[in-house]
Design a protein. Structure first.
Ligand SMILES: [Zn+2]
Length: 346
């Protein structure tokens, strides 16, 4: 079978590999869709300390079961499934209190286990043990189902930031994650949703698809001033920074409303993780600042249901579909910011 394997930064090879066989507790799937994300690009360029190469990449995975390992119950060949990316151990103190996103023993598809940029893939027993394999509802395509994983992360972020009815929400960053944040905020009953982006071309492309109430470009002047103007000086109830930008994080404190919530959704580069914060703004305005670290198996199941019910449509976010041979082209498209979601169909 054909796979896309990471060897070292800048060295990802499309090559032949033997088809894997499922061991006890494992399931083999024929991968039908595996979407790319910013993390894949980061891995391609810089590697990742948690990856043990050579490793088949890809972690936004959907496919159909082709073979069952010993002791796997409740599944059958032909079942259409979506696979979680982050695999909690399910047994540590954090997992037992339901905080699976911060499990310190977490492993990931495409990091410690071969991922979905392949024709066939093994779903590890550890995924099945934490209910990380989800049935794709009828009528939903594999490509749409593959977007459940990033949407699950977005859902975790909005639950932590308590996005709810009537909230004015600012999303900073108009990449695929930003677009999903806009869509999800709508489905949670947000009042108005504003999309902020530095690059005007990228902003307009995203805005044409997800239709924020206002598309705010930094080219049109100070972002904080623009948001304050749009909210009659009150500021936004929720600000979500879906961009790896310390400046965007610092700026959020200038236009968040009193008692507002700021989600530092996108992480900062390892070598520049520090921002400057006037803690009195947090104190006097009673702000809540939250993070977000991936998603739990339960978030994946709920995200898949949100897509299937039409509450969060994603089909129009899939702007590119490429075969497995096109993985490097797909990463180039992601790198140039030309598409929203770029999906590999092996
Ligand atoms: Zn755990």
């Amino acid at each position: 079978m054909k796979v896309a394997r990471f060897y070292a930064p800048g060295d990802v090879r499309i090559e032949e590999a033997p088809e894997p066989a499922p061991g006890p507790g494992e399931v083999k799937i024929r991968v039908r869709a595996c979407s790319t994300c910013g993390t894949d690009l980061k891995i391609y360029r810089h590697g990742h300390y948690r990856i043990s190469p050579p490793r088949v990449m890809g972690h936004e995975i959907a496919g159909e079961i082709s073979e069952l390992g010993e002791g796997t119950e409740g599944w059958a060949a032909g079942d259409r499934v979506q696979v979680i990316a982050a695999i909690p151990d399910g047994t540590c103190a954090d997992c037992r209190r339901g905080a699976m996103t911060v499990c310190q023993n977490q492993e990931s598809m495409g990091y410690q286990y071969d991922g979905g940029f392949a024709e066939h893939m093994i779903v590890p027993a550890k995924v099945l043990a934490v209910d990380g394999l989800n049935r794709i509802p009828e009528g939903l395509s594999f490509a749409e189902a593959s977007v459940a994983e990033p949407l699950a992360c977005v859902l975790n972020g909005q639950e932590l930031a308590r996005v709810g009815p009537g909230d004015d929400v600012v999303v900073v960053g108009s990449g695929p994650i930003g677009c999903l944040h806009v869509r999800l905020a709508r489905s949670r009953g947000a009042g108005r949703v504003f999309l902020v982006e530095l690059n005007r071309e990228r902003l307009e492309r995203a805005a044409a698809i997800v239709h924020p109430d206002e598309a705010v470009s930094a080219d049109d002047g100070d972002v904080a001033e623009q948001i304050l103007k749009l909210t009659d000086g009150r500021g936004a109830d929720v600000v979500i920074t879906a961009a790896a930008s310390g400046a965007a994080q610092e700026q959020a404190f200038k236009y968040v409303a009193r008692q507002g919530r700021i989600s530092l959704f996108g992480g900062l580069p390892q070598d520049a993780p520090t921002i400057t914060l006037n803690s009195n703004v947090v104190h006097y305005s009673e702000l809540t600042v939250v993070g977000a670290n991936g998603s739990s198996p339960a978030h994946n199941a709920r995200a898949l249901a949100l897509i299937a019910s039409g509450a969060v449509p994603v089909v129009d976010l899939i702007t590119h579909r490429l075969p497995l041979d096109g993985v490097l082209d797909a990463l180039e498209i992601v790198s140039r910011g030309e598409g929203i979601k770029v999906t590999i169909e092996p």
